[in-house]
Design a protein around this ligand. Structure first.
Ligand code: ARG
Length: 427
């Protein structure tokens, strides 16, 4: 825990002193202003009640005697990272039929463990897009109450979708087990009812599927799921409650259907065509493309229990999704950082940054996708996403400039959430 040594009780002669205060001060060497894209030198953040209350330069800062000081003056700080697509209740080692062994209490406990892992990796906020039994609502609330460690969460409750679809129950069990996923809905009114139910039990966002998926048994990634009428009813109902809608879609026609229905974000977007890109740009639909995922699925997936048919689907999806990422980015579509962690190990979320840069983004664009832009998608822009007065003091400390090499975000030297030091990189 190297950076514990960086937490000094103040005795810094270059700064002036006033009376004692309970506030915390952070001395930074360089701090990334994600809005301007500038690395600001020698900033001092003042934190009170979890939030940033002042930012000044080192020369003009007044630090009271007895205040707690974090000294990161040799390092770089960036806003706390945001992953807009995670499944904290699932582990990367338990795919396919292995998942059936997990009870709801088991999955709930896994969620608590994975929440801590995600936070320690620098992700101080995340959006969970689909979880069983409202375990995500409980997780969000337990974190917010301070009972357990984890990112600030936006949660969807159970994913909603058609019978046999990617958002049903993965289709692993035979007919006579009579398992029907809790988010299954056929027809516009059934869709609306599921949205109302999710809203009632605490969802912040609605997740649905408009195509098949890689990891669900028996679904075709390219094939549309749900009609535009169903999707439109779901989106309209969600929006009437102030909830955004995230739509899982790989195939081109299902992506277009989701955008036409008014989806706020399309997840995966693997086979998006030029028309889909045009529509997304016009409607302001955000793409959340999990382009690290394929490396884990094809590398480790078989050992982790992923079904042969899913591996076969991934071989068709992964490379094309990366090309689609480049095309959509070049066309100027809004893109937010989201990884599908849970398919691959929680805590490895930041590995996606280097892939986003390899497939067309600048490091600043990739960081913005996981800060400013993600905060906007999550309706969190007043609280997180940049280091500015009024926002939570959520940030990640790294030893090198992430604008030169974005992969430094994979190894944070320290993570601070709400002004509290969470963890530091193990030496
Ligand atoms: N949850 C997604 C699905 O099952 C994972 C897709 C992963 N593959 C990829 N290339 N992003 O469809």
């Amino acid at each position: 825990m190297r950076s514990i040594t960086n937490v000094l009780l103040l005795c810094i002669v270059t700064l002036s002193f006033s009376q004692a205060s309970a506030d915390t001060y952070v001395l930074t060497g360089q701090m990334l202003d994600v809005r301007s894209g500038k690395m600001l030198q020698n900033q001092v953040l003042q934190i009170a009640n979890e939030r940033i209350v002042a930012i000044s330069s080192r020369d003009s800062a007044t630090i009271p005697t007895g205040a707690t000081v974090f000294d990161y003056s040799q390092q770089f700080i960036v806003p706390g990272l945001i992953d807009a697509h995670v499944h904290l209740h699932g582990n990367a080692t338990d795919h396919g039929y292995r998942r059936l062994a997990d009870s709801l209490p088991t999955r709930t406990l896994k969620g608590a463990v994975n929440a801590a892992r995600t936070l320690r990796a620098g992700f101080t906020s995340a959006r969970m897009v689909g979880a069983p039994g409202f375990a995500d609502v409980a997780l969000r609330d337990a974190i917010d109450s301070g009972a357990i460690e984890g990112p600030r969460l936006r949660v969807a409750g159970p994913s909603i979708g058609i019978t046999g679809g990617h958002c049903s129950d993965n289709n692993l069990l035979p007919f006579d087990s009579e398992v029907i996923g809790e988010g299954v809905a056929d027809g516009p009114w059934a869709m609306r009812q599921r949205v109302r139910r999710n809203k009632k039990f605490g969802a912040d966002v609605i997740k649905t599927c408009s195509t098949g998926g890689v990891l669900s048994k028996g679904t075709e990634v390219g094939a549309p799921q749900g009609t535009v009428e169903e999707l439109t009813a779901l989106v309209e109902e969600a929006h009437s409650h102030g909830l955004k809608v995230a739509v899982h879609a790989h195939g081109a026609s299902g992506i277009r259907n989701a955008i036409a229905a008014g989806a706020d974000s399309v997840e995966h977007a693997s086979f998006i065509d030029d028309e889909g890109i045009r529509m997304a740009k016009k409607a302001g639909t955000v793409l959340v493309m999990d382009i690290y995922n394929t490396e884990y699925i094809l590398g480790e997936g078989e050992a982790a229990g992923i079904l042969p048919e899913s591996l076969e689907k991934e071989r068709r999806v992964g490379a094309t999704q990366r090309e689609s990422f480049s095309r959509a980015h070049a066309a100027g579509v809004k893109m937010v950082f989201g990884t599908d962690a849970g398919v691959y190990p929680h805590g490895d979320n930041a590995r996606q940054f280097a892939r986003m840069v390899r497939f067309g983004m600048t490091p600043l664009e990739a960081i913005r996708a996981a800060t400013l832009d993600a905060a906007e998608l999550l309706d969190f822009a007043d609280d997180v996403g940049e280091l500015t007065v009024g926002h939570y003091a959520d940030f990640v400390v790294v030893d090198a400039n992430p604008l030169d090499d974005v992969s430094v975000l994979e190894n944070p030297a320290a993570v601070v959430k709400g002004g509290q030091l969470i963890s530091a990189q193990q030496d």
